[in-house]
Design a protein around this ligand. Sequence first.
Ligand SMILES: [Zn+2]
Length: 308
Amino acid sequence: MSSRYAIGVDVGGTALKFGIVDNEGQLIQSFTDPVQGDEQAIIAQIKDCVQQAATLVDHSLIEGIGIGFPGIVENNIIIGGADNLPGFEQLPLGNLMEAQTGYNVVIDNDANMMGLGELVYGAAQGCTDIVFLTVGTGIGGALVLNNKLYGGYKNRGTELGHIIVQYNGNICTCGSRGCLEAYASVSSLIEHYSTLKKELPDRVNGKQIVVAFLQQEPEAVAAINRHFDYMAAGIAGYVNIFSPQKVVVGGGISEAGDFYIQEIEKRVKALAMPAAYAYTELVTAALGNKAGLLGCAANVFRSLAKVY
Ligand SMILES: [Zn+2]
C-alpha cells in the first residue's frame, strides 16, 4: 500500500507543533511556532500551519487533520478549560477548520493525543489497556481501555492528575486540595525542594534537583523521594482500578534516567493489589515532545481513515 498522510497540529499554551506524518508513524517534517494573539489569531495560525504542512506531500494522499487541544473537547468542539489560551469556549473548531481547509478534521484533548501516540507508535505499541501520564508543570493523562481512548461521558473525565492523594492537602491548580498534581508535578517538586533549601523557587529547575539527587544531596533526596512516593500512590490507584498492561510515564523528568521509572515501579509494586498488578509494567514514554503530534496523526488514521 502506498503511504497515506495525516496533518497533525498539537496546540499548547505557548507553542504550536505541527507537521505531516505517514501511516507508519514516520514524521515526515515538523515545525514549531510560538502561539500568538487572541482566539481569532490562533485559529488563523492553525489554518496557516495546515496549509504549510499540506504543501509537503501530494494533496490527494492526505487523509485529514488531527488536532490536539488543551482542556475539554467534545465532538470536535472546544468546550473550554484551556488555562493558557483565553477564549476558546464552545468553539466548533472542527467545523471551522473543515470549512477553511477542505480536509476532514478530528480534535481531542492534547494529553489524550500524547497517550494515543504512545499506544500506536511509542512505548505501548501492541497494548490494548494503558494508563498514560505526562509529568511537567501539571500532570496530564490518558486512558486506553480495550484499545480505545476513554474520556468519560462527553469526554470530560480522565483528569488523572486530579485524583486526591492527600485529604485536605495542598491547594491544586484545579481549585481542589490534595490532588496528585499538587504533590507530584515538577512544579510541586521544585516548590518542596526550594522550601527545604530555603531558596526561591524561581532559582531552581527540575534538572538541577535530579543532578543534586544523583549526588546524594539530602534535600534533593528528600524531595525526589516524596515525588516518587506520591507518583506511586497515584499509579497504584490506577493499577487497582484498570489493571493496565502498561503505565507509560512521560514528561521531561521521566527522562532523568532508568532509576526514575525503577524507583516508582518498586513503590507501586508494594502498594498495588498483586492480582491487579500481575500483568502491569511501568515504562518511560518513548516519543518525547513528539507524542502529541504523532497521536494527532494516529487519531486521523484511526477515526477518519480507519487504517488501524
Ligand atoms: Zn487538582
